[in-house]
Structures are given as C-alpha cells and as structure tokens.
Design a protein around this ligand. Structure first.
Ligand SMILES: C[S@@+](CC[C@H](N)C(=O)[O-])C[C@H]1O[C@@H](n2cnc3c(N)ncnc32)[C@H](O)[C@@H]1O
Length: 509
C-alpha cells in the first residue's frame, strides 16, 4: 500500500469508478485498484483527496478516458462470434431493410467498440449486402481514447483477423504478415466518437435512432445499476423492432423487459419489442424438496420414451417415498414462495407439488384471483403442474402467455422444451433448452434435458458434454428450483441419473 493513501481511499476510488464509468470491481481486485490509483496520482500530480474530489466532481472526460485505458479490457477482433454476424447479415439486415424501405438508410451503433474491429466488420457486411441506393451509417463509441486512436488508424495486427473469412480478408485488407491495413473506403465509412456509456447523452441516445446496436462484452464489466441504465438507453435509442447484440456470455435477464430473445444461426440476440415491457419480475421461489430419494428411479427413466414421460412415471414412487419423510425445514425460498407484491401465497400449492398432488395444486392455482393470471410466478407454477399432469397443450399455452409478460423467462423455455419433446418435436425441444440455458447459465435442468435428447439422437459427444455440464450445475442448483423443475427427483438422484447415462454410454466421470 502506498504511503499517500489508505484502504478507505481505495474504497472511495472504487465507488467513484462505479458511479462515473459504471465499472464494477470485486474485492479480489482491490490490489489492482491500488496500483491504478497510485499511477493516476503520479500522472496527475495531485494528492489523493484532491484527485478523488476531481473524480467525483464535474465532467472530466480526459481523466475518465485515462482511467478507461487503465481499467478496461480492449480485447476485440474482426468477425468475433461470427454466428452473430451471419444472423446480422441474413435476418437482421433484411428485416431492417424492409422497415426502412422509404428512407433507404440504416443506422448501426457499436457501443464499447474498443479498437474498431466490430464496427468495421459491420461496415464490411453492409457494403457487401446492401443494394445500390442505400446508405449505412456506422458509429463506434468508446471511452478509451487510445483504443479510438487505433480504430481511426485502420491498421491492425494479423491476430485481429484470426476469425476473418479468407474471401473477406482478400477483398478488404492489404498488408504483410505483421501489419494489416483496412481498405480506405471501409475505414472512411465508420465514424468514431469518444463517449461515456454511463452518461445520458442526448446526441448519442436519440429517440429510435438506431436500427441495430452492438454492445458486446461491455455489460459484463458493469455494475448491475450501470447495466440496467445502459440497456434502458439502448432500448430508447433503438427503432421499434430494432435489434441488439450482446456478447455470447451476456444476457438481458434481470436487466430489461423491453426485448424479445431471438435464437437463429446457432446464436442469441434480441429484438426490441414494439411496446416497452413491464418491470423485471422476481424468480419463482419454493420450499426445499425432501432428500434421500433412491437412485433406483434411473432405471425408470431409461424405461420411458421421453423425459416428460419419466417425470410422470416417477409420480407414484415419489409419492410413496415422500410420505415416509419428515416435512422439510423452512428455507429462505419459502419467503419467496409468497410474493408480497401480488398478495397471494403459492406456498400451499408448492407443498402439494412436493407431494406430487398435482390436481389439487392446480386447483389451488386456478382458483387464485384473476389478476394472478398475469403473475409470472403463478403462470410458471401452473405450466409446471400442467406438464406433470400430462396436459402439454395447456402447459404450452400457459408458457406462451408467460413469455408475453416476461420474454426472458428461462423456466418457461424449459417447460416449452418438455412440451415440444412430448409432441415429438425434438429439434424444437433442444432449441428451447438452449434458450433456457443461455438465459440462465446456472440452470441445470435444460442441460440435463439436452443430454437426454442427445442420447436419443445418438449424439454421444453432445450427450456427454451436456450431462457433465448438468452434473456441475446440479451440485449448486437452488433447491427451490429443483422442486419446481426436477420432476420429483432429488439433486442426488438427478446427478446419479446423469452419471448412469454417461456410464452406459461409455464415459466414467
Ligand atoms: C472487451 S471490449 C469489447 C469490444 C467489442 N465490443 C467486442 O466485443 O469485441 C469492452 C470495451 O468497452 C469499453 N467501455 C467500458 N466501459 C465503458 C464506458 N462506461 N463508456 C464507454 N466505453 C466503455 C472499454 O473501453 C472497452 O474498449
């Protein structure tokens, strides 16, 4: 620790960074922040208090830019996550071209563009696919001035082209093994500006200004509040039905209800809803399931055609076992089972679900006041109960209603996967599982289901990959979610099931 500041100063520095740039740093990064603070005090020649007051004060783009250079990861390359660019070229642009037929102009923002490879990739694709007579405006913005300087230069290392298709490289780049120069006309077609994405800058975030926004690998570094505010500005600045691309490990779940999830070209992205959505709903909570359930149910799973059949076939035996177990202890999940905001309790219905008394549980849920039909927690529980009762068409209808309210509800996609499998649509089932797993990377059941679907399709590698992922997730899966989606199986039974399936198919993990 430098003699010029103390731990409280570093804490103050961390808060100022979160407020002014939106960046979030965990406790494990405090040492790194100390080093940066030390360097900034050296460069600005200020003492710590005066420097922190500067940071907390009025607009100081130069200092924030210098900090961004120190604190952010400028990693990027041309055609990064190429499936998203395929979706952009083959679905997004054709749709936006139809919407803008009278204007004949498309506008794309790359928010957090780093050294420019992303907006330049957009410009290359638009040049290749737009008909003559159309114009494209591509704007790249970032807070980091040295990244923008590199972007404007149009000169890159060969490493930046590591995912670039050879024909695009031949058409749009010149140079030798070390230094690559981008075609001048592409370079001139992209505008770069320094902006802080945390600021509500009216020029940058004009109403319905963009057809498409790329904001990839940015929100993952932001505070929750910073991410929510940024996404809300993006929603405002996108045309109705405009598109948003995030990084492949980022989702809008918990951040916004203004978008629909799109899943094409083996990738995910979002389309702005024509009307703004409602506030983000809570997750459904539940009581903990009983433990100690026998792994003998694995045999039962193997004796049925589909996972949804296995869940239903498990019912009688789960019932017998549950009756001999003591009631579960109350968990924090129980409180979430009775959401105060809606004024009705789902606790009793969840208890009946635990006991596999589906008809009674369904009766309770359907007897709730009519406003309950718009509560995502109620709809999800109802869909699960309908699935358990074998009423797949009604379960599907309920999920669709739920997705109209909360388009990013991972549980709803998982139940839709079961419904699709139930009617023999295995591809549809896998698609919904993938959407559920993407929306909530910690959700174990879609991975398990994808593994079982892989086994049915004789895809041994896919089966092995998904089941082993499911085992890792199941070890930490929330007990309330296991009750809701686990089909009556305990955590141990589900893990044992995954292991047994892998063993039978030649993997001994
Ligand atoms: C990992 S790069 C992403 C580059 C590109 N979008 C991609 O996915 O390849 C993240 C960029 O976000 C920028 N950034 C982070 N916070 C920002 C803020 N508050 N305002 C503007 N840019 C920011 C960083 O400077 C960095 O260049």
């Amino acid at each position: 620790m430098s003699s010029t500041f103390c731990l409280e100063d570093v804490e103050r520095f961390r808060r100022a960074i979160a407020d002014r740039i939106g960046l979030s740093f965990e406790d494990s990064k405090v040492g790194f922040l100390e080093e940066v603070l030390h360097r900034r005090l050296g460069s600005t020649g200020r003492d710590c208090d005066s420097y922190l007051r500067l940071l907390e004060g009025a607009r100081i783009p130069a200092e924030l830019g210098a900090l961004a250079d120190e604190l952010t990861v400028p990693e990027t390359y041309f055609f990064r996550n190429i499936d998203q660019f395929r979706a952009f070229a083959e679905r997004v642009v054709p749709e936006r071209v139809k919407s803008r037929a009278s204007l004949r102009e498309l506008s794309v923002l790359s928010a957090g563009c780093a050294s420019g490879e992303e907006p330049y990739t957009v410009a290359i694709i638009l040049r290749e696919i737009l008909q003559p007579g159309w114009t494209a405006s591509v704007l790249g913005v970032d807070l980091n001035p040295s990244a923008l300087l590199k972007a404007r230069s149009g000169r890159f290392s060969r490493w930046s082209l590591r995912e670039t298709p050879p024909d695009a490289e031949q058409r749009w780049f010149k140079g030798d093994a070390r230094d690559i120069v981008l075609d001048d006309s592409i370079r001139a077609s992209v505008k770069f500006e320094q902006h802080n994405l945390v600021d509500d800058d009216p020029d940058l975030w004009g109403h319905q200004k963009y057809d498409v926004v790329f904001c990839r690998n940015v929100i993952m570094y932001l505070t929750n509040e910073g991410a929510i505010n940024l996404v809300s500005r993006i929603a405002r600045a996108l045309a109705p039905d405009g598109f948003l691309f995030l990084g492949h490990a980022e989702t809008l779940r918990g951040l916004s209800q203004d978008f629909e999830l799109c899943h094409t070209h083996r990738t995910f992205y979002y389309q702005r809803k024509a009307e703004s959505g409602r506030s983000v709903p809570n997750q459904t909570g539940a009581v903990a399931p009983a433990d100690g359930f026998s792994t003998a149910l694995i045999a039962l799973v193997d004796g049925t055609d589909t996972w949804v059949d296995a869940i239903r076939a498990a019912t009688d035996r789960v019932q017998q076992l549950v009756e001999h177990l003591p009631p579960p202890a109350a968990t924090p999940g129980e409180h979430r089972a009775a959401p105060a905001r809606s004024g009705w309790s789902l606790g009793r219905a969840l208890e009946l679900l635990r006991k596999e008394q589906f008809a009674e549980a369904l009766g309770l849920v359907e007897a709730l006041p009519s406003e309950a039909a718009r509560d995502p927690d109620v709809l999800l529980l109802q869909a699960v109960l309908l699935t358990h009762s074998g009423l797949l068409l009604r379960a599907e209808e309920t999920c669709r209603r739920l997705l109209e309210i909360d388009g990013l509800n991972a549980g709803s996609h998982y139940v839709l996967a079961l419904c699709s499998e139930g009617i023999g649509d295995l591809e549809g089932a896998a698609d919904h599982d993938r959407m559920a797993a993407y929306l909530d990377p910690r959700f174990a059941m879609p991975r398990l289901h994808l593994g079982l679907l892989g086994r049915r399709a004789h895809d041994r590698e896919g089966m092995r990959r998904e089941l082993s992922h499911a085992i890792t997730l199941l070890e930490h899966e929330d007990s309330s979610r296991l009750l809701l989606f686990g089909g009556g199986f305990t955590r141990e039974a589900l893990i044992a099931l995954c292991r047994a399936e892998m063993l039978v198919n030649g993997d001994s993990r």
